[in-house]
Design a binder for this molecule. Structure first.
Ligand code: PMP
Length: 450
């Protein structure tokens, strides 16, 4: 392994700690006083830290980079547009074109409103669902993340699976201090993929539920997917109880297919939320859905914001969606991702390590456990220590996934054959480095959570 030095990188971490809590702008970015990732610049599937060390990036900013960092076509379009002014509090033709494109690409989307982040999009979607149904409660699933606000910071992937109580009577795990106690009464948390528990919850209080919000693939819990018939079941139950089905496609949208999970699984939600890949790293989000549900916006349901449909985000989205629309680029990303999955699988098979890989090529999870996971609680059988140690060996050699297996590996259009081959080489080296650590002798936790 060639020697890498981190002098400037560490100096920046130390400086940031003086002026920002944990020295970062999001708690998820803090890995430790000497570990937090620091970036100087990015291009394609690579970024460089302040010391000039190069990394093959599989975090991609937690997903938004679908074409590659600093993509030239997107940048050109943004540069052109920003010289003509960025925020007017007025309608533009460009935002109309992007709305038309989203309606064309995403099944089940008749009307669209723009926002700036995934959190904003899901927040608005929940308000729309409540305004449409006149009900207040919301069902979310354990291990799913929908944003950084009070209504949804319950039983996310940051919870310890053993803190969630009995599956028959799940503890609604409050993910942060500072959330008013009364919010707890508005959220119902359930294990994913459990038909019986959902049925029971709906029989008990289904007529008080405004929305079921769901990440169809668990983009915050290692890419766990829906069981056969599960999304169909959600659709049918929402119809039966008059509940608004919200697909949170903030991670899956414009990544796993041009029309996201709605296209991939052939199930139409009532509302869908998009952000991240929609604009290749520029802040833009969208809430879209069926005409009769979306129409409550403007008929008593508030939605808006100073920067909603700002020209920079819209220009970036237009350039990005033009490239993604015909599906060829996403197909190529999926194929590269599957090549990487197969290569990682081969290396782990060779080492006799039990593992599970789940999710499509563009966004997949890797877990060290011997049975396929179906819900967040199953992750207590995953050897997280081994995963973290292996990840840190990868990072030290210039390949950067998130050291927390809950965060999937993300691929972009710039992950070419060279990048994948180099990744697999380094994966083998990193595995050799942890082989003798004793971390391979793992006894999965059994306690709690059943
Ligand atoms: N929904 C999902 C599925 C997400 O993964 C995220 C962010 N990781 C959000 C919502 C929130 O998006 P943002 O960070 O842009 O607010």
């Amino acid at each position: 392994m060639s020697e890498r030095s981190y002098e400037k990188t560490q100096a920046l971490r130390d400086r940031a700690l003086e002026v920002m809590p944990l020295g970062v702008s999001s708690n998820f970015r803090y890995w430790g006083r000497t570990e937090t990732p620091v970036v100087a610049r990015g291009e394609g599937c690579y970024y460089w830290d302040p010391d000039g060390n190069r990394y093959i990036d599989y975090r991609l900013g937690f997903g938004p980079i679908i074409l590659g960092h600093a993509h030239p076509t997107v940048l050109e379009r943004v540069e052109q547009i920003m010289r003509r002014g960025t925020v007017f509090a007025a309608l533009t033709e460009a935002e109309t074109r992007v709305a038309e494109r989203i309606v064309g690409m995403c099944p089940g989307v008749d009307l669209v409103r723009f926002a700036n982040s995934g959190s904003e999009a899901t927040m608005h979607a929940l308000r729309i669902a409540r305004g449409y149904t006149g009900r207040e409660k919301v069902i979310k699933f354990e291990g799913q993340y929908h944003g950084m606000y009070d209504y949804v910071l319950w039983s996310t992937a940051s919870a310890n699976p053993t803190a969630l109580g009995s599956r028959r009577d799940p503890i609604r795990y409050q993910q942060s201090s500072g959330i008013p106690a009364c919010i707890r009464d508005l959220i119902i948390t359930l294990p994913y993929n459990d038909f019986d528990l959902l049925e029971t919850a709906l029989r008990r209080e289904g007529h008080q539920v405004a929305a079921i919000i769901v990440e169809p693939i668990l983009g915050n819990s290692a890419g766990i997917g829906p069981k056969e018939g599960w999304l169909e079941f959600l659709r049918a139950k929402c119809d039966e109880y008059g509940i608004v089905l919200i697909f949170d496609e903030v991670k899956t949208g414009f990544r796993i297919a041009p029309g996201g999970a709605q296209e991939l699984f052939g199930i139409q939600a009532d509302l869908a939320t998009y952000a991240k890949s929609i604009a290749n790293g520029f802040p833009l989000a969208a809430i879209g859905g069926r005409r009769n549900v979306m129409e409550v916006v403007g008929r008593g349901v508030s939605q808006g914001g100073t920067y909603c449909s700002n020209a920079v985000g819209i220009a970036a989205a237009e350039a990005t969606l033009e490239i993604l629309e015909d599906g060829q680029v996403l197909k190529a990303i999926d194929a590269q991702g599957r090549r990487l999955q197969a290569g990682i699988g081969q290396i782990l098979d060779g080492a006799g390590i039990a593992y599970q890989i789940q999710g499509p090529g563009a966004m997949f999870g890797l877990l060290f456990m011997d049975e396929a996971p179906h819900e967040f609680r199953d992750m207590r059988r995953h050897n997280a220590e081994l995963y973290e140690a292996l990840s840190m060996e990868l990072v030290a050699r210039g390949v950067i996934p998130d050291p927390d297996a809950r965060e999937p590996w993300f691929l972009c259009a710039a992950h070419d054959d060279d990048a994948i081959d180099e990744t697999l080489d380094i994966f083998q080296q990193a595995l050799n480095a942890v082989k003798d650590s004793g971390l391979l002798d793992f006894q999965p936790g059994e306690e709690g959570g059943e």
